[in-house]
Design a protein around this ligand. Structure first.
Ligand code: HGY
Ligand code: MN
Ligand code: MN
Length: 422
């Protein structure tokens, strides 16, 4: 019976701390590392160098997904994947996504150092832009792999400075690569994928468990809303003749909260986290307000129903105030279930290590949600202190991370030596 492998806590800690130094705004709290910023490009270089140091071959596809390949004894077999993201939200933490990339690298180091045989190659992935911050779309790299982001569409995604994703791909040389050949993936291209990630909620901490086995992943719907009123003088315009876009938006946003609350289900959530007021001057009645509604659910039918209710509310609130609006659903993903055989492989490792086999649902979305369209997936969670994430105070102890890496390593070894999943 093979001894339990053990991750090297110092290497994992060093990778996490080093990546945290690649930060666009070090003067601000937390880590800010949005796609293709200098900080993110430095982080990419660091990860590629760590992949090469392990003896992996490294390549990127035409949308910037990074692949580090630890070749198996039979490289003709479909590989096992493990990865996550290194981009962050603004003023985010240093564990979201990073734990999955650093953990997969450490798993490969352990496999290599201990000469553990694996028939299938193991590929460590860094997915392009899992966060939606810069271009308003989440899981860009994994979404493109699943065929939901044709290259032409990248010309329509712009950041706040008006730069398109396509322009960035061109600037960095990615448009020289064949998009369809290097990005698109099909069923059978990948044998299985396992992602290690922080829970970003407090179930594991409350249960006192060091790891969790994800059974299903909630999916997002993003809606861009624009409300147009009449920009006028704040001092000389009587209250009864105003067409104040921000007052209308405020009514809408509170209605979004009220409707989401009415479902009383912890997986039915809706948020407005980004808003732009024009012209945003204290002595001008706002003429236009643009904001994004972020809806999540594990039940697609509920998400669709809630989207319709939000649209109805916006229509009636703006009509009552004689304002115009636009309502554009820009993302509408489907929730997914994880593969039973992969769940069992993760549970086998937990059992072998005397850990609880705690099955749970992910409220956050992940790249695993999108790649589940072409490969069986599994996810391993480690706790988030106080359930805090997307926040400078995001924290998971190194001991908990190492526990997750050990379970990930066992699972990758098991899967990379399996002929079939069923
Ligand atoms: O927003 C999410 O669910 C993920 O953390 N990007
Ligand atoms: Mn995140
Ligand atoms: Mn994440």
């Amino acid at each position: 019976m093979q001894q339990n492998v053990q991750a090297n806590i110092d290497r994992v800690a060093s990778d996490i701390e080093t990546l945290a130094t690649y930060n666009s705004f070090p003067e601000n709290p937390g880590v800010s590392r949005q796609l293709f910023t200098d900080a993110e490009l430095e982080a990419r270089s660091y990860v590629k160098e760590r992949m090469r140091a392990i003896g992996m071959s490294v390549h990127e596809d035409a949308i910037g997904n990074i692949y580090g390949v630890l070749e198996g004894t039979d490289p003709s077999l479909a590989p096992v994947w493990s990865g996550s993201h290194i981009d962050t939200v603004l003023s985010g933490g240093k564990y979201d996504g990073i734990v999955g990339v650093v953990g997969a690298l450490e798993a490969c180091r352990i496999i290599r150092e201990n000469n553990i045989p694996h028939a299938r190659s193991i590929v460590v992935l860094v997915f392009t832009s899992e966060e939606c911050g810069r271009f308003g779309m989440g899981c860009i790299g994994s979404r493109a792999m699943a065929g939901h982001l044709p290259l032409e569409k990248t010309k329509e995604l712009h950041d706040d400075a008006g730069i398109s994703l396509y322009q960035e791909l061109e600037r960095l040389g990615y448009t020289k690569l064949d998009y369809n050949k290097t990005v698109l993936k099909h069923r059978g291209d990948v044998f299985a994928s396992v992602e290690l990630h922080i829970e970003q909620a407090s179930m594991l901490e409350e249960a006192g468990y060091p790891v969790g086995i994800v059974q299903a992943i909630c999916a997002p719907t993003y809606i861009c809303v624009s409300i147009t009123g009449q920009q006028k003088h704040a001092g000389s315009t009587p209250m009864d003749v105003r067409k104040d876009a921000l007052c209308a938006a405020s009514e809408v946003i509170l209605t979004v909260e009220k409707l989401a609350r009415s479902y009383q289900n912890k997986h039915t959530v809706a948020t407005v986290g980004k808003i732009q007021v024009l012209p945003n001057s204290s002595n001008v009645i706002p003429g236009q307000v643009d904001f994004m509604i972020d809806i999540r659910d594990i039940d697609e039918a509920v998400k669709t129903e809630l989207t319709q209710k939000f649209h109805d509310a916006i229509r009636s609130i703006t009509a009552a105030r004689h304002l115009e609006y636009s309502f554009d659903v820009t993302t509408d993903d489907l929730p997914c279930s994880c593969d039973e055989a992969i769940l069992d492989a993760i549970a086998d490792s937990c059992r072998k290590r005397g850990l609880p086999e705690f099955k749970m649902t992910s409220g956050a979305y992940h790249d695993s949600l999108l790649i589940s369209e072409f490969t069986p997936i599994g996810m391993i969670f480690v706790p988030s202190k106080d359930g805090v994430s997307h926040n400078p105070d995001e924290y998971t102890s190194m001991e908990e991370i190492v526990c997750g890496v050990n379970v990930l390593t066992d699972t990758l070894i098991a899967l990379s030596n399996r002929e079939t999943l069923s």
